[in-house]
Design a protein. Structure first.
Length: 77
């Protein structure tokens, strides 16, 4: 069963998912360990040259604001 932090991370990702889907991409929650959220990008976002900086940064800022304890977002390749 998912703990409260994971539920909040997933709910937050669901709120921003439509921005990514609008550009042909998507995001999937993988894990939350020691303050690090690991996500996997799909579709157009997966191979986007901006994924490592812009997309990661966008997701990281939103999660840090919405979910206590999030310190970093890593992209699962």
């Amino acid at each position: 069963m998912k703990d409260d932090s994971e539920k909040l991370i997933i709910a937050t990702l669901d709120k921003i998912r439509h921005f990514m889907q609008r550009d042909g991409g998507d995001i999937e929650f993988i894990s939350f360990v020691d303050g690090i959220v690991t996500v996997k990008l799909h579709g157009a976002c997966q191979d986007c040259i901006y994924a490592d900086n812009d997309v990661k940064g966008f997701v990281e800022i939103i999660l840090q604001e919405e979910v206590p304890g999030v310190v970093e977002v890593k992209l699962h390749k």
